[in-house]
Design a binder for this molecule. Sequence first.
Ligand code: ZN
Length: 324
Amino acid sequence: MTRADCVRAVLAEFQERRAQDERDLYARVAEAERLDPEIARLRAESRDLAFESVRQMMSLEDEAARRTCAERMRERGIANNREIRRRLKALGLPEDQLEMHYRCAACRDTGYVGDAPARFCDCFETEVRRLLHEDGSMAGIDAQCFERFDERVFPEEGGQRERMVRARKLCEDYANAFPGGKFQNLLLVGSVGQGKTFLLNCVYVRVVSRGFPAVRVTAFRMFEAMRRQHFANSMEEQSFAELIAAPLLLIDDLGTEPMMRNITVEYLFTLLNERAAARRHTVIATNLGPEQLKDRYGERVASRILDRGGGVALMLSGRDVRLL
Ligand SMILES: [Zn+2]
């Protein structure tokens, strides 16, 4: 899927989202009016008031009389709304029962913000990126959140459970503080089944749900983007640029991607270097320890990954877990 395909798909999704927002609103209005028919009458009256005020204004010649009329209509409208809110409260319904509920307040689920030329909202870009890098590893990701973190799955022996609780706390603080916070980068090191992917997904879900754009890729997908970038003939290829530009990039399973001469190491260095220079946040999960990272990628890349200045490494593996 090219970026253009993804934009088209997400535009269609947003259109459906707005239609759903409206259907939800109609359902909430119908519910309130069914529970209290007086609400329906007040709403109809408010609508009539608007027409009535236009009609009256047009018939009045005198400016002072017009102003008095407008003021009277406005007060009736306010009184009407107050009465509707009072009745909603009496029914135990929320104050905004009869208003649109947008998933994104910034763009009101249109996907666009700003006046002409409008640009895509961050929430829209997040969806595009998610689709662009979608590879099946995102299925069920919303369930991988801090709220569902259960430390009891980790054994108490060797203090592993306690370390996971501390790792979770650190990751959650990191996700809550983004784009600020003490650390720019997070490195999660552990072998299979030690929760590194889960923690990485938790960070992703939390940051995105806070409304920030983030890109999560598997190392294999990242490699694909590098390879396409390397052999691309057109300027259309944007997925590697997307990885560089993402305000938060999460790379899962670093070390499992193919090692291709002139590509893997060079592009990984470019990616990490440019992100570090722009002070963008990066989270990496890997089962490679510091020495193995050096062996695989060389000193230059390893020192970027292990960057002790701006980052923190969480060693989740067995007894070896330690916080740098
Ligand atoms: Zn938005």
